[in-house]
Design a protein around this ligand. Structure first.
Ligand code: SAH
Length: 302
């Protein structure tokens, strides 16, 4: 999964109608603006530390970073922008959206400063492991392609995600800050096979076209909270994306943008519904925050 996704992201921009999938910040500027408002508010309530930086993990085209930082600037935040991205193709796209950013390969390379971090659909792209009755499920070369070596009741884990969350938490505990993690997944750890492949906006068999389709798995938010707390950080409750965006004011933002531009009202409402609808992204996608014990809980997650 790791090797496939590294090749996949390094060789294309997978986002948008021409690509394989569309993410929340690509649906509407309102998503990034509300994330930025939540981070700006958290920063203000933390006493507006001047050294604080904006950090994003896996920023895609840089759309969320551009929208969020614009909203944060209006709260007085003047900090640097740091992006963690391994794909050279996507770094190029990010340079166009956020020209003054600095780039890093991994979380451990971030400067020792308080941070306001966001990761949208980042953790789901990190590799998972699957176990059946305690034995790791493996992929073997079979006649005609790749195959799993066994089937049964699957339990997933993700040492790579745990490591990312440990790094985020350790940074926040030492230097201060808060992290918003937004992804599709479940609130409680549960058994089940959640590995999926998407190609051209459709689900595809996971072992088809290795490295040429997007591989993700559901994020186990309970496991993330456990890892964060063990590292000395605080983890908030998990809130469905639709409910969270409503509390942050997506309806008011839709109305404000619509009255400024009545010709776009129908599109704005459609985007709002896509981001919040229970049968769309509103329920499956969830938000959770990790924060330093001395930092406030980001809005909507208390
Ligand atoms: N957050 C963006 C894009 C999500 S796609 C959005 O919401 O639109 C996943 C992103 O994570 C891509 O930018 C991909 O290149 C990046 N990524 C995946 N694995 C990574 C890793 N191990 N290290 C750094 N970035 C990674």
């Amino acid at each position: 999964m790791e090797t496939c996704n590294r090749h996949y992201y390094a060789t294309r921009d997978p986002l948008g109608t021409q690509g394989d999938f569309t993410t929340a910040p690509e649906i509407s500027q309102m998503f990034g603006e509300l994330v930025g408002a939540a981070l700006g508010d958290c920063w203000t309530r933390a006493g507006a530390p001047q050294a604080a930086i904006y950090v994003e993990l896996g920023p895609g085209r840089g759309t969320l970073a551009a929208d969020a930082v614009r909203a944060m600037r209006s709260t007085g935040f003047a900090g640097e922008v740091h992006l963690v991205e391994t794909s050279p193709v996507l770094r190029k796209a990010q340079e166009r959206s956020v020209p003054d950013a600095r780039w890093h390969d991994w979380i451990a390379d971030l400067p020792p400063k308080p941070m306001l971090l966001v990761a949208n659909e980042f953790l789901d792209a990190l590799p998972i492991r699957q176990h059946i009755e305690g034995a790791e499920r493996k992929i073997v070369i079979a006649e005609g392609g790749l195959a799993f070596d066994c089937d049964g009741k699957i339990v997933e884990s993700s040492p790579a995600r745990d490591e990312a969350v440990r790094r985020i938490s350790a940074h926040i505990v030492t230097h201060g800050g808060a992290a918003l993690l937004i992804d599709y997944g479940h609130e409680r750890s549960e058994a089940g096979d959640t590995l999926q492949a998407v190609h051209g906006h459709r689900f595809a068999p996971v072992l088809d076209r290795p490295g040429e389709q997007d591989l993700t798995a559901h994020v186990d938010f309970e496991a993330i909270g456990r890892v964060a707390r063990k590292a000395g950080a605080l983890a908030t409750r998990v809130v469905a994306q639709g409910q969270w965006l409503r509390v942050l004011g997506i309806d008011a933002r839709t109305a404000a943008l619509s009255s400024a531009n009545p010709g776009r009202a129908a599109d704005l409402e459609a985007a709002r519904d896509r981001l919040t609808g229970v049968d769309q992204m509103g329920e499956l996608f969830k938000a959770m925050a990790i924060h330093a014990p001395s930092w406030p809980i980001p809005a909507g997650l208390a």
